[in-house]
Design a protein around this ligand. Structure first.
Ligand code: SIN
Length: 326
């Protein structure tokens, strides 16, 4: 029998530096125990060794962290990409999970064409798009906006039975400061789980629900659909390209784990969300105008910061269709 993890009885996330509570005290119980939490002797919580693939010939790679994120140089997306460059971009995405291109000056059609190099394009079930271009989602917030896109941690449209493989966001207008996007590796989140927790989660599935979209885009004059997508996905998925396991639940869409009591599901999900948001697994991208971020939704969650009010941040997202998670 797989034991129910301790986090259900603790209620809150324990600091990640304290792996095993050797003294049996809860975090924060006293100043002394709080200090103990920062004196772990089991090494880092995450022992991640980056993939050292073959060198790149046609592009340059500048990693943001050893865990996730890289800026790509030597590419002008306004011009056709050679096969070699395209292969290297594919590999850079697989190795770094989210890749960034600065100073790109592309038209809407070039943005769409770049997305199509990676697969068929996805149409968002709720969000506004540019006139006549349903695959070109509008990302915009200004002083009058009631909301901004992506303000909570999520994987794009994970409520779809076949959620998007990747998203390509082109930001043309930036605020003077702020508006960063945070990305988190769900491989790292999985790797850093205890073996007991990995065993417990293996084989579990969870419901992802798009009903949260209801009313979200009323300010654009968009009427709600009668229903939004809903799907059941594995809590731990295996990436179809890298073969690595990734945690696949997110605050934005996941509602409950199937086949366990509701209170247990709530406790486990709360723990997993807190765990997945550990800064150890993250990089943070500081946008500049005409930069592009391309992330792999199969192994990444992201969160956009709306810290720039009353300024404007604006661009478009092209989203590439994906497979049913397994
Ligand atoms: C999103 O696609 O969730 C929005 C991300 C962002 O605006 O940085």
């Amino acid at each position: 029998m797989v034991p129910v993890p301790d986090c259900l009885t603790r209620g809150a996330l324990y600091p990640l530096e304290s792996r095993d509570y050797a003294d049996g005290r809860l975090p924060g119980a006293s100043e002394e125990s709080a200090m103990t939490l920062f004196r772990g002797n089991n090494g880092p919580r995450l022992k991640h060794v980056p993939d050292e693939g073959a060198p790149y010939d046609t592009i340059t790679i500048d990693k943001l962290t050893p865990v996730i994120g890289a800026e790509i140089g030597g590419v002008d997306l306004a011009h056709p990409l050679g096969n070699r460059t395209l292969d290297e971009i594919h590999r850079a995405l697989a190795e770094n999970l989210v890749i960034f291109f600065r100073d790109q000056h592309i038209t809407a059609d070039q943005h769409l064409a770049f997305g199509r190099l990676f697969g068929e394009l996805h149409i968002h079930p709720a969000a506004p798009h540019e006139p006549g271009k349903p695959e070109l989602m509008v990302i915009h917030a200004d002083k009058d906006s009631p909301r901004a896109n992506g303000e909570g941690w999520h994987s794009d449209v994970s409520c779809d039975p076949e959620p998007p493989m990747g998203s390509i966001l082109y930001i043309r207008k930036c605020p003077p400061k702020g508006g960063d996007t945070l990305f988190a590796s769900m491989y790292a989140a999985y790797e850093a789980l205890s073996d007991r927790m990995k065993t417990y989660l293996e084989g579990l599935t969870a419901i992802h629900d798009g009903e949260g979209y209801r009313g979200q885009y009323a300010n654009y004059g968009i009427a709600d659909k009668p229903s939004y997508p809903r799907a059941e996905h594995p809590v731990i998925r295996t990436h179809p390209v890298t073969g690595k396991k990734a945690l696949y639940v997110n605050r934005g869409f996941t509602r409950r784990i199937v086949g366990i009591p509701a209170d247990e599901s709530d406790g486990i999900l709360r723990y997993l969300y807190d765990h997945a948001e550990n800064p150890l697994f993250q990089c943070r991208f500081r946008w500049s105008e005409n930069a592009i971020a391309f992330w792999d939704n199969r192994c990444v969650q992201h969160r956009a910061m709306w810290d720039y009010w009353p300024h404007t941040r604006s661009g478009n997202r092209v989203t590439v269709k994906g497979d049913r998670p397994v």
